[in-house]
Design a protein around this ligand. Structure first.
Ligand SMILES: *Cc1c(COP(=O)(O)O)cnc(C)c1O
Length: 344
């Protein structure tokens, strides 16, 4: 299957002449900068690098992926939204998701006035290929969103490869939780599939949700569209500096130790949860959270809130389910105590 990315993009984006910033037109570091109407005084007076080159060089080194296969967004949320704006013609094109999943795909679809096809996952929260197959040839279907490990169910999907190989639109794999998972990232597959976008984030395993930086690994053609459409200075210098500081060898070591710690806590938490009669089911998880089923999620949620423990009530999405993030050892202890108090 040969895929022409140019044909997938919207015509107005193909024709777009993007904003050319002062930092686009002159790239050096030395000189007297009188080109961007910046204030000559202060510490934060200069516009940041629009392409975040230092971060990309570091990520490139870490993951063995060329810098021009990397895009950075203001959170994955920007990476998702830009995909709509690049590929989806409002009121005409469609995207597809597997439900229940992360809510932003639907919100972004609605903002961009794009029809969303929502296919239910099966009882094991896996993708049912037979249900999907009839949609794969729809020329108006532009993007399939696959969240693996999936939020809020926690499991990884099995049929991703089949979808990539049998769909000629964009396959967007959201790997926000991949660093907690035993499964391998699809990041290294982007060289084989020009229509594959793999998104990751600094918000979860890297512990940097407050600074809003998401990553897309994809083909050079798609990266060009992303750079064309994004706001010129989409990541602030403060946030770029925070990422640079976190990408030191010492810190990377610390992050991987924390991942091990969180996974250990998850294991212990599951053992404790299994002993509680209140809980009917604990779903398998490859992420840093656990989905549980109880008799009455609304009341368990409220009883936890009353004890100052806040979990995510997913009752409206999956009947009687709560999503619990794995916290620190003390936090998890308090959660278990609070659940035991309900049980009694
Ligand atoms: C948390 C999460 C993200 C992260 O979004 P950011 O905008 O990068 O913070 C992305 N996708 C999924 C499925 C998530 O659960």
């Amino acid at each position: 299957m040969t895929i022409e990315i140019q044909k997938l993009a919207r015509k107005n984006i193909l024709d777009l002449r993007s904003y050319s910033s002062a930092r686009d037109e002159f790239e050096g570091n030395n000189g007297i900068f009188l080109d961007a109407n910046e204030n000559p005084f202060g510490e934060l007076n200069r516009y940041p690098d629009p392409y975040q080159r230092k971060i990309k060089e570091k990520l490139s080194e870490l993951n063995q992926i060329p810098t021009d296969n990397i895009f950075l967004g203001n959170g994955s949320d920007e990476v998702i939204d830009l995909a709509f704006r690049i590929f989806c013609e409002p009121k005409k094109n469609k995207v597809l998701t597997f439900s229940p999943t992360y809510g932003m795909y639907e919100v972004s679809a609605n903002i961009n006035d794009i029809e969303l096809i929502n296919l239910d996952l099966n009882d094991d929260f896996q993708i049912d290929l037979e249900t999907l197959k009839p949609y794969l040839n729809d020329k108006n279907l532009k993007i399939i969103f696959i969240c693996s490990p999936n939020n809020p169910t926690g499991n990884s999907f099995q049929n991703i490869k089949y979808i990539i190989e049998n769909f000629s639109g964009i396959v967007f794999i959201d790997e926000a939780y991949i660093d907690f998972s035993p499964e391998e990232s699809f990041r290294s597959q982007i060289k084989n599939y020009p229509n594959l976008i793999v998104s990751q984030t600094f918000s979860k395993a890297w512990g940097m949700a407050s600074i809003r930086v998401g990553i897309a690994y994809t083909s050079k053609e798609i990266i060009k569209f992303y750079n064309k459409v994004k706001p010129p200075y989409n990541i602030s210098q403060l946030n770029q500096d925070a990422i640079i500081n976190t990408l030191t060898d010492e810190n990377i070591q610390l992050v991987s130790e924390n991942i091990i710690l969180i996974l250990n806590e998850k294991k212990q938490l599951i053992q404790k949860l299994e002993q509680l009669e209140l809980i009917n089911k604990i779903y398998p998880s490859d992420a840093n959270f656990i989905l549980i089923k109880v008799e009455n999620a609304d009341s368990v949620y409220q009883e936890l809130v009353n004890q100052n423990v806040i979990v995510r009530n997913r009752n409206s999405v999956i009947k009687n389910c709560l999503r619990i993030t794995v916290g620190s050892p003390e936090e998890n202890k308090k959660l278990i105590q609070a659940l035991q108090n309900i049980n009694n």
